[in-house]
Design a protein. Structure first.
Length: 170
């Protein structure tokens, strides 16, 4: 079962990466990117709180972060395209498909709330891990994690979310 889930997750990776690129282009052409950038200072402060909770010195000013690692301070910028909005769009699409059957309004509300909160937490964890990697391992490991492992985290979360929602909420 785990092997099958891993295979499905890896098969979904190219689709999700391409879909995210398509969403990015659409957001840039419609001007939605500017509105999304206004969210990144809030996410930066939440990431700093998570980093401090695990004992890492960090501070934020707007969308800029400074994380103190073994090699000294690392400056990072959370752009509008890194906040995880694409994963919320993917969640919305999966909710549209996944909640089509006959279910109670209460169950639907629970699934939607759990999906949104879980996706937000996964995004915060993803950005926190990217910052932690940048401060400890360097720029390139953080970029690779951001571009590939971050997407795998989102896909894995959606698979786990729907498995849990089907089992305990629906």
């Amino acid at each position: 079962m785990v092997l099958a889930a891993c295979c499905l997750i890896l098969l979904a990776l190219p689709f999700v990466t391409t879909y995210n690129d398509l969403l990015t282009v659409g957001a840039m052409h419609t001007g939605f990117a500017a509105a999304l950038q206004s969210v990144s200072p809030f996410e930066a402060r939440m990431v700093v709180a998570l980093l401090r909770a695990i004992g890492v010195q960090a501070t934020a000013a707007g969308s800029q972060l400074v994380v103190i690692g073994p090699g000294g301070p690392t400056n990072l910028f959370i752009s509008w395209n890194c906040i995880g909005w694409q994963s919320l769009v993917l969640l919305g699409m999966s909710l549209y498909v996944g909640l089509r059957g006959e279910t109670t309004h209460e169950a639907r509300a629970q699934v939607v709330l759990a999906g949104i909160l879980g996706t937000l937490l996964v995004n915060l964890l993803r950005v926190t891990l990217v910052c932690l990697l940048a401060a400890t391992a360097g720029h390139w490991p953080a970029v690779i994690f951001h571009d590939y492992a971050g997407t795998l985290m989102t896909i894995t979360w959606l698979f786990a979310f729907w498995a849990g929602a089907q089992r305990w909420l629906l």
